[in-house]
Design a protein around this ligand. Structure first.
Ligand code: G6P
Length: 609
């Protein structure tokens, strides 16, 4: 989710790279850097923090040269420091690399490289690439890159320069986007069209397994495995700059909804052990005894993260047989809660900066609890304050209403529950395999859900005249109902309430008539038969029923509108059932001409009480 820019031409590289980074900054910006070939060797400039800091450093200490690579980082491995900023170099400082993606076998490669005398300067997984490439010792650079990448597991989009091959840049892709821009007397590479659009619209898109080898005069696309040239059509980008930032989608929220097959996969990447035998969460290594011995788990969070945490608590009870509850951080922090020895407190936060969640974690620390964080932003306050944690790795979320972070939070909690169950020895190998198979099927299943986008848009149109909605669900679907209602409120300013379907008869049922759409999350899970009865109660009162369910089902004939999701384990269903509700809220918001990316009165990160 970081940003890459590269340039070779007749002009000065630094200003072009800096301008490109600025246009990529929206993708994440905890540190930035560039490396330029200046004829004698490589010159590096890097900073922790935003691009304006890098601009200042380059202004104070200019760097000349007409070929270079640059990067803006959204941390995955290691805190956002200057040492962890890209580009990374090999021991001799002759190879510089910028990298997007995650190297899954980085720990192993790093150990081997250190044994062979390489000196590491950062905590990143990316640095292994610079050392591996330099170790190949085979000019031309593309051969060294291809050989090094054969040793790497995981995903990458990279750009590489060598002090010994002036004017040449090599890029390679597996899983992280990269495109080559063909200018006049200059060639660009970028992870995202917005960085190169001001210079050219003619691009070559790299596919997985391909490298681009270029200098100012031309570019070859080469198959990494066979090292043969690939014929690629030149394509014209038709988007304007703003559209390019959103990857061609009309809003960041929609882009982020569509990213979910990939972001869910990213949350799992490198964490599922080969052969589906278990889960490895590196960030929990030091707290294994606390996971094994915990007597109780309390999740604390706000907003959408609270909904994900409610699902997490259910997952922990089911998989680990440990008492687990969820608390609104804002309430819990002022309640003087009873915290016995052996209580594990888990703060859940996309941003890692929510003031109430931070205060709740502080409270737990003061009372001597072990604290964990489930956080998206590496190096954020929650990540620093807690004893250990799990990162989401779903990339920066720009839409104020959380979508991809929610599904990654639930994914991370399922991984966490499996990890904790393993420490406590409460699941059989067969059960673990069943969960892992189900997790691995999710990205494909999310794609299937997204294929119904047009139907959901049409449904939004049909529901447009209504000003009040009820969302119902039970068990794992109860937090999904709350999240569905919250999404609709946030995005479209339509009044919506989420309730446990069972609680409906204790109040909300009084509201039901033909003007009240009732969205019921009713997949075939442990609570299905009960929810079906609740639906009958709605039907009997003339309510308009919209069901989100799985095949085969018996609710289709009851409901006025039905949206289907594929089946999975009960505890993973929220990942699938929440997505149609995200799309429904999005389309109603757009049809009502609301600013869906920046809803009124809301903030992405609430750093005040
Ligand atoms: C704000 C955002 C929500 C988010 C909540 C908690 O209200 O608008 O989308 O769920 O804060 O944020 P966190 O960063 O802690 O997950």
């Amino acid at each position: 989710m970081c940003g890459i820019v590269a340039y070779v031409g007749s002009g000065e590289a630094a200003p072009i790279l800096l301008a490109g980074l600025e246009r990529l900054e929206y993708r994440g910006y905890d540190s930035a850097g560039l490396a330029i070939q200046n004829g004698q060797g490589l010159e590096l400039r890097r900073v922790a923090g935003r691009i304006e800091g890098l601009n200042r450093v380059v202004a104070e200490n200019p760097v000349a040269g007409s070929a270079g690579i640059a990067h803006t980082r959204w941390a995955t491995h290691g805190p956002p420091t200057e040492a962890n900023a890209h580009p990374h170099i090999d021991t001799a400082g002759e190879i510089a690399v910028v990298h997007n993606g995650i190297i899954e076998n980085a720990d192993l490669l790093r150990e081997q490289l250190i044994r062979r005398g390489h000196q590491f300067r950062s905590d990143t997984d990316s640095e292994v690439l610079a050392h591996l490439i330099s170790e190949q010792k085979v000019p031309p650079l593309q051969l060294a890159v291809a050989r090094a990448l054969r040793l790497v597991e995981g995903t990458f989009g990279i750009a590489v320069i060598s002090a010994n091959e002036p004017g040449r840049i090599v890029c390679a892709r597996r899983g992280s986007p990269l495109m080559i821009g063909l200018g006049r007397g200059a060639i660009y590479a970028a992870s995202d069209a917005s960085a190169i659009l001001p210079y050219t619209r003619r691009v070559l898109y790299l596919d997985d397994g391909e490298m681009a080898v270029f200098d100012a005069t031309g570019c070859d696309i080469v198959c990494m495995e066979a090292l043969t040239k690939v014929d690629k059509p030149i394509q014209e980008i038709e988007w304007d700059l703003q559209e390019a930032e959103r990857g061609g989608y009309s809003h960041f929220m929609l882009k982020e909804i569509y990213e979910q097959p990939e972001t869910i996969a990213q949350t799992m990447r490198g964490r599922i052990l080969p052969g589906s035998t278990g889960v490895r969460l590196g960030g929990l290594r030091d707290v294994a005894p606390a996971l094994r011995d915990a007597k109780r788990v309390i999740f604390t969070a706000c907003g959408t993260s609270w909904h994900a945490a409610a699902i997490g608590a259910n997952l922990l009870e089911e998989l680990c047989r440990v008492p687990a509850t969820v608390e609104y951080a804002s309430e819990w922090r002022y309640r003087n809660p009873v915290l016995e020895e052996g209580t594990l407190v888990i703060g859940v936060s996309q941003s890692g900066e929510t003031a109430d969640t931070l205060a709740a974690i502080e409270l737990a620390r003061e009372r001597g609890c072990t604290t964990l964080g489930i956080v998206n932003t590496v190096g954020s306050s929650v990540a620093r304050l807690t004893d250990a944690g799990v990162y989401l790795h779903c990339g920066p979320e720009i839409g104020v209403a959380s979508t991809k972070a929610f599904t990654s939070q639930v994914t991370a909690m399922a991984l966490f529950a499996l990890c904790m169950a393993d420490k406590r020895g409460v699941l059989s190998e067969q059960e673990v395999c069943g969960w892992i198979d189900a997790l691995q099927a999710l990205p494909r299943q999310v794609e299937e859900v997204l294929e119904q986008a047009e139907e959901i848009e049409a449904l939004a149109q049909r529901l447009l005249s209504h000003d009040n909605f009820l969302y119902l669900g039970r068990g794992y679907s109860y937090p999904v109902a709350l999240e569905g209602a919250l999404k609709l409120k946030e995005i479209s300013y339509v009044h919506a309430e989420g309730f446990s379907a069972a609680e409906m008869k204790h109040g909300p049922i009084a509201l039901i008539d033909e003007n009240m759409p009732v969205v019921v999350v009713a997949p075939r899970d442990a609570t299905y038969a009960k929810v079906k009865s609740n639906m009958q109660e709605v039907k009997a009162r003339g309510g308009r029923l919209i069901a989100v369910t799985t095949h085969p089902n018996g609710v289709a004939e009851l409901a006025d509108e039905v949206l289907f999701v594929p089946h999975t384990k009960d505890g993973l269903l929220p990942i699938l059932t929440s997505i149609p509700l995200q799309l429904l809220a999005y389309h109603i918001g757009v049809l009502r001409e609301c600013d869906v990316d920046k809803p009124r009165n809301l903030a992405k990160s609430v750093t005040v009480e």
